[in-house]
Design a protein around this ligand. Structure first.
Ligand code: GLN
Length: 294
């Protein structure tokens, strides 16, 4: 017989040696996953049979983690903005940094009604679903092109009993753009890692889909094309809001200003790093055409 705590400690050293910093936290999570017992609470002194199936299961989860697989993929679920999201191979893991984007959007739009929100490169759906849950929206559309990620998106909408709609397609496909309604907010966490940085990704990040990470040589491909193709889909005074990588604020603000956005700003995350860029589209060309044709 062995206690949960002894079993955890047996693995702690190996996990620390592998360079995993939060060894105790991660092992508690893995132990919880394998045994079905919440190991963040007081289950540590309970006894386990050395031959128990859940002990073998825990050890196999630990071995996956030692090979670099992200904890979130092994657990299969991760929290974002207080909501649960299914994650696994083929979908980007929701990051805490990205909560900055959601918080900014909520601050800007709370109190307003009948909003239409479009979440581009939606992945797990974490941004779109969190916004749908926290704003008064008529419609939230989450657009995702990868089939694997799209399955997670649909699952997460169901899991959160969200009214967001999943749209399968490429955000640069004219047909996709044409079926999406005019929006009060277009939000996008695009792939933004540069060619150079793709060579030095953290082991865990290498398990995530390259299509969700690589933003072209200078990391800015998606900003240029999204701004160009989607600015016409904003209502008068509509907001476009991007997550950005470290040091990209000036370039992304410049792109938005060149395309006629007003009040373009950047905002920092809780670590003090500029994490998002947003701006407003005034007198959108589409609106002028509508007014003229009345
Ligand atoms: N934030 C992710 C990372 O640093 C990148 C995600 C993205 O490109 N949008 O790994």
């Amino acid at each position: 017989m062995i206690t949960y705590r002894e079993l955890r400690n047996r693995w702690a050293e190996k996990v620390l040696k592998a360079g995993i910093e939060n060894a105790d936290f991660e092992l508690n999570e893995l132990l919880g996953k394998a045994t079905g017992v919440d190991c963040r609470s007081g289950a540590f002194l309970a006894l386990l049979d050395e031959q128990a199936e859940c002990k073998a299961e825990f050890e196999s989860l630990c071995n996956r983690r030692l090979k670099g697989e992200p904890l979130q993929y092994i657990l299969g679920e991760w929290e974002f903005y207080g909501l649960p999201f299914k994650v696994g191979k083929g979908v980007l893991i929701p990051r805490q940094d990205t909560e900055t984007i959601v918080e900014n959007a909520i601050n800007k739009l709370k109190g307003r009604e009948n909003l239409t929100v479009v979440d581009l490169c939606s992945g797990s759906g974490c941004i779109g679903i969190a916004l749908e849950k926290n704003l008064n929206c008529d419609e939230v559309l989450c657009v995702e092109k990868s089939d694997e990620a799209f399955e997670y998106l649909k699952e997460n909408i169901a899991l959160n009993k969200s009214d967001a709609k999943a749209v399968s397609g490429d955000i640069f496909d004219e047909e996709v753009i044409s079926i999406v309604p005019m929006a009060d907010l277009i939000v996008c966490n695009p792939p933004y890692i540069t060619g150079e940085d793709m060579k030095n990704l953290q082991t865990e990040v290498r398990f995530e889909p390259e299509t969700a990470l690589y933003g072209g040589d200078d990391g800015l491909d998606y900003y240029r094309d999204t701004v160009r193709l989607w600015k016409h889909k904003l209502k008068e005074n509509g907001m476009m809001l991007f997550e950005i990588g470290i040091g990209q604020e000036d370039d992304v603000m410049k792109i938005m200003i060149q395309h006629g956005f007003k009040d373009v700003r950047t905002r920092a995350d809780y670590c003090g790093k500029n994490r998002c860029v947003f701006g407003y589209m005034k007198n959108s060309p589409k609106l002028c055409t509508d007014v003229m044709s009345v």
